[in-house]
Design a protein around this ligand. Structure first.
Ligand code: ADP
Ligand code: ZN
Length: 724
């Protein structure tokens, strides 16, 4: 091919549109090439884009500047470029902000090479300080740069360097592009049940055909969805293609990785925010060059530049954490389906409690629904009973009602495990002064400070602001007058310890499982039977498989129901059904006790009677009637500023220029429920449109001409999940 003489590039500068450049003679560029270009006196990174895809007035030929360099990575593949365009268009984001997510390792762009890492030599130290002893212990089996090891060992780089001087640590040259061990599709093939085999066969067929096909793998908890889609993973590996598995939470990966290894012989490549820079670089490059066969990652893995993708799996696809609520506000579940479309590969959405949107797509024939109706290996679904808190009350100052207390005592006596679920971190959600009524509020957010006793602080769950609990009331100065109101998991854990003397109680939240290592430690302790009662937030609702866990107590089933959120009922259903699914997963039968003040509410009744379909049918009807998603298309506009008047003014200006359209309803502006967040005052507008209307086009035409002061931020959220 003769090279293009001029190209249009997407450059990584939010303020700039696409720019034209001349290709110097001899430079080999193609659409997708990652290049270095001059911009004024500076150099910027950009991506050569397809001709005709980026609108801009052509820059005069005689003023074109030359590209400076092509970076040593494969061009971003065409399906990924189409995905980037689709996301920018659909989510009203700039192309460069989406493309930036694809180039998420700047080190990877600089090319391969060797880097120096360090590891223990195994030599015995002559002089053993306690600090060195601890560091040696922590560094067992680790290898990394000085900086990474310093972090692992919790010492300064200086200490490590002196250890290197003493011959305890040695440098090793490693190839930053070394390939990963390849998973073996035949390593340990399980015998599938008939229903599993049937579902697997359909997915395998689509993988082999290299055909776009969304599947909704809808199987009850414990039905073996993972084993089943692993067959599709194996089929992709057999054809030499790559696989992307998206998981919602980093906590899940520990358990997941060992299952993967048991099936395929080696661990998969992982991609998440706590990767070291060197791991990130290696993973990114191996994905781009085709050497990373299976990547298991958080939602950001969706934009990795796979050389030859063969399958995408979204596990626990109903999870709301797939929705990103800052930057580019995308929903990874939907983007995964679009990527499958552009890559011509099947996409498997696996869940025991699918999102209503996904079920609706299956109903409409757009997704193929594969059903696994029963638990694997003859385990039965747990029995579910409701405790009506209006009749059966906990003792004064307690939160667990007598039937739940008795069940807990019974399980402890039998040596079986229990799980108490309450979706609230910390000890108590509100602290007030008994004397003057003062309540602890976050200075940056319209929210109460949550007491955390384990870490002895009052913390805001929105902005991270925290203070130590003061000995006196900051308002009236009374001593010892602060009282905790309401329960959090820490308080429930205290109560469990009181009613179950000798029981080993573990609190499982994002405060306690802060890393994959901490998650792995929890899982192995629970599996070894070293924990009697797990008290946890939604973190424990997914993925875990503990054979001796036979009792699940839902402390407050009503909690998620207030607030008037579009998905409140659906989310409550999903959370409780998922947490219930942790009980009785093997031979011993499981029991779930749900504490509620509204036993007749549709969600609770559906859970108690196990009639999922009836719940979904009622919820679907309600949404259809309200014109709510998935039957209507919703969008939100969030206006914020550090200055209240400025935010209000900007929101009013947007409201004042609202388009008047028959099929688009615009509500607001109104102060957001969280009217102050991280020091910014917030206003919201809600746009409710017919499914068929081009709501993005409407919003673009509406907002594009408006100009705001520099302190104002206007964010558009398409298909919003958050209504605060
Ligand atoms: P789900 O994800 O649907 O809740 P899992 O995939 O976790 O279910 O499966 C539940 C348990 O049953 C796991 O321990 C899994 O290893 C086991 N299992 C499922 N299917 C099979 C199979 N075909 N052969 C052996 N074990 C299986
Ligand atoms: Zn705050």
């Amino acid at each position: 091919m003769d090279w293009m003489t001029r190209v249009r590039c997407l450059v990584f500068n939010a303020a700039l549109g696409p720019l034209d450049y001349r290709v110097p003679e001899g430079m080999d560029v193609a659409p997708g090439s990652v290049v270095v270009a001059p911009l004024g006196p500076r150099q910027i990174v950009g991506v050569v884009w397809d001709e005709g895809h980026l609108a801009a007035d052509p820059y005069p030929e005689n003023k074109l500047r030359k590209l400076l360099d092509v970076l040593p990575v494969p061009p971003l593949p065409a399906p990924l470029r189409r995905l980037i365009e689709w996301c920018a268009d659909y989510y009203l984001a700039s192309l460069s902000s989406v493309a930036r997510m694809a180039l998420s390792s700047s080190a990877a762009l600089r090319g391969g090479g060797t880097l120096t890492e360090y590891r223990l030599t195994g030599a015995e130290p002559a002089r053993m300080t306690p600090q060195r002893l601890l560091a040696l212990d922590l560094l067992q089996g680790e290898q990394g740069t000085m900086r990474e090891l310093a972090e692992i060992a919790d010492v300064s780089e200086g200490v490590l360097r002196s250890m290197a001087g003493a011959g305890l640590i040695e440098p090793v040259q490693v190839d930053s592009d070394r390939p990963y061990a390849e998973p073996d599709p035949h390593f340990a093939q399980p015998d599938l049940s008939a229903e599993q085999a049937e579902a697997a066969a359909e997915m395998v067929e689509a993988v082999r055909a290299h055909r776009f096909q969304p599947f909704l793998l809808d199987g009850v908890t414990g039905s073996g969805k993972t084993e089943t889609y692993f067959e599709a993973v194996a089929a992709a590996l057999e054809t030499g293609r790559q696989v992307l598995v998206l998981l919602p939470e980093i906590a899940l990966t520990a358990a997941f990785l060992s299952r993967f290894e048991a099936r395929f012989g080696v661990a998969p490549v992982t991609w998440h925010s706590s990767l070291k820079a060197s791991e990130r670089r290696r993973a990114w490059r191996q994905v781009a060059f085709g050497g990373a066969k299976v990547v298991v990652g958080a939602r950001s893995a969706l934009f990795l530049p796979f050389a030859d993708l063969g399958l995408i799996v979204v596990d626990e696809a109903h999870e709301i954490s797939f929705k990103q609520d800052d930057g580019v506000r995308y929903n990874a579940r939907d983007v995964a389906v679009m990527r499958g479309h552009f890559e011509s590969v099947p996409v498997v959405l696996a869940s025991a409690t699918p999102a209503l949107e996904s079920l609706q797509m299956a109903e409409a024939g757009r997704y193929r629904r594969l059903v696994l109706p029963s638990r694997f290996g003859g385990a039965s679904l747990p029995e579910i009973e409701v405790i009506n808190l209006t009749e059966t009350q906990p003792e004064r100052g307690r939160w667990l009602a007598p039937p739940l207390v008795e069940a807990l005592q019974d399980r402890l006596a039998k040596g079986e495990q229990s799980l108490l679920f309450l979706n609230r971190r910390g000890y108590a959600p509100l602290t007030l002064c008994r004397h003057c009524g003062f309540r602890f509020k976050c200075p940056n957010c319209s929210a109460w400070l949550v007491e955390h006793r384990l870490s002895q602080r009052l913390a805001c769950h929105h902005c991270g602001h925290e203070v130590p609990p003061p000995p006196v009331c900051p308002e009236c100065g009374e001593l010892d007058c602060l009282v905790a109101c309401g329960p959090g998991v820490e308080r429930i854990a205290d109560e469990a310890a009181e009613i179950l003397p000798g029981a080993r109680v573990a609190v499982v939240t994002s405060d306690t499982l802060t890393s994959p290592a901490a998650a792995a430690e929890f899982v192995s302790k629970a599996e070894a039977g070293a924990i009697d009662v797990i008290v946890g937030t939604q973190l424990v609702t997914k993925g875990f498989h503990f054979p001796d866990l036979t009792l699940v107590g839902v402390v407050d089933a009503d909690m998620g129901l207030d607030g008037g959120d579009l998905r409140a009922a659906e989310r409550t259903y999903q959370q409780i059904a998922q947490v219930a699914g942790r009980a009785g997963r093997s031979a011993k039968a499981g029991l779930v006790l749900i504490q509620t003040r509204h036993p007749k509410a549709a969600v609770i009744a559906a859970l108690a009677s196990g009639t999922r379909d009836a719940f979904y049918a009622a919820e679907t009807e309600a949404r259809r009637e309200a014109g709510a998603p998935p039957f209507g298309r919703w969008a939100a506009i969030i206006v914020s500023s550090e200055d209240e008047a400025e935010a209000r003014e900007a929101a009013r200006a947007i409201g004042g220029t609202r388009p008047d359209l028959a099929d688009v309803l615009i509500l607001g502006p109104a102060p957001a429920p969280l009217s102050l967040l991280r020091g910014r005052h917030r206003y919201r507008l809600l746009i409710a449109a017919r499914r068929s209307s081009e709501v993005q086009k409407v919003i673009r035409a509406w907002l594009d001409p408006l100009r705001f002061p520099p302190g104002v931020r206007v964010a558009v959220d398409i298909d919003p999940y958050s209504f605060v």
